[in-house]
Design a protein around this ligand. Structure first.
Ligand code: NAD
Length: 307
């Protein structure tokens, strides 16, 4: 048996097409298109690539966008000043603060300062509260993208047992809420869950959002389960990459970059699962797609355009 591979790119293409059509309508109605501003602090190359990808995708769907790049030494107060200016700028519909911020910055204070109406990442406590109550203004992009994937692939959620590994505010907890609101029975696991493989084997839908390369092996998976791998881990140790990836390792890419991007789930889980997302190419593209969906929603709600 080999799992049906669930690819993110075709769903991202659908989402972008829908957002571009809605943006076109807004422009044709004589309004300006939605605008996303991303704030990047420091020079982490991976974060810079994420921000560039997001602003490029904005251009593809006809959004306005801007990336504000601040030096590594920027203080929390200075970031708050930028956020305050963006909150007050009526031309900005969505604000995204790229994480992680440098360690000297107070991330919670910065995220709490973003106007909830422009908080397209859905990190503000006001928005997480609404999400918890099942009436989200926005849903965090990665878990919302996973729901889109499941629904558009015709995979049932209602009545299924969903097990999530990871309880972060960004992925694990909101994923649990979104699945719960679609009538799954939800178990959240974390670093102190005893006998993790046994709990995971109960899952009809298993979501791994841990950040531990190759944690989930075949003995975590019930035959036929849907396995969603959120993990994005860089593995620079050749032996570790070989041990996790087996024949799926792309050595050409390893030699080119000096690392492989590896998920939390081992590729040979495909021999047990009914369907699973690959890394890369699974969940990643959905996150960007849903960020654009949220920015469109922010523009519609704030300005009453194109509704
Ligand atoms: P996090 O570090 O905030 O949370 C990780 C969670 O995993 C914690 O709740 C912790 O309790 C749990 N955990 C850690 N070790 C464990 C273990 N051995 N067993 C069981 N649970 C364990 O991470 P995050 O922000 O939720 O991200 C998780 C992964 O998803 C990372 O690899 C990250 O890069 C990736 N990610 C991908 C996307 C995407 O778009 N695909 C988006 C966000 C995060």
């Amino acid at each position: 048996m080999s799992a049906n591979l669930l690819l993110g790119k075709p769903i991202q293409d659908q989402l972008l097409e829908e957002v571009a059509a809605a943006t076109n309508e807004i422009i044709e109605a004589g309004e300006r298109p939605p605008h996303l501003t991303a704030v990047l602090v420091g020079d982490d190359p991976a974060s810079a690539i994420y921000v560039r990808t997001k602003t490029n995708k904005c251009s593809e769907v006809g959004f306005g966008s801007e990336g504000i790049i601040l030096p590594e030494a920027t203080t929390t107060e200075e970031i708050l000043e930028v956020v305050d200016r963006l909150n007050k700028d009526d031309n900005v519909d969505g604000i995204l603060v790229q994480l992680p911020l440098p360690s000297h910055c107070d991330t919670k204070t910065v995220l709490d300062a973003v106007d909830p109406a422009k908080d397209v990442d859905c990190f503000h406590p006001h928005n997480t509260g609404l999400l918890m109550q099942g009436r989200p203004r926005f849903a965090p992009a990665t878990p919302a993208g996973i729901i889109e994937l499941l629904e558009r692939e015709g995979l049932d959620i209602s009545g299924k047992h969903a097990v999530i590994i990871g309880r972060s505010d960004i992925v694990g907890k909101p994923m649990a809420m979104l699945l719960l609101h679609r009538h799954a029975t939800v178990t959240i696991c974390h670093s102190r869950t005893p006998d993790l493989p046994a709990v995971c084997r109960e899952a009809d839908i298993l979501v791994a959002a841990v950040g531990v390369p190759g944690l989930v092996s075949q003995d975590y998976v019930k035959p036929g389960a849907v396995v969603i791998d959120v993990g994005i881990n860089r593995v620079a140790d050749r032996d570790q990459a070989a041990e996790i990836m087996g024949v799926a390792a792309n050595w050409e890419r390893f030699d080119e970059r000096g690392y492989l991007v590896v998920g939390d789930v081992r590729p040979d889980v495909a021999e047990v699962a009914g369907a699973m997302t690959p890394v890369p190419g699974g969940v990643g593209p959905l996150t960007i797609g849903m960020l654009l969906v949220n920015t469109l929603a922010a523009a519609r709600t704030r300005r009453g355009v194109g509704a």
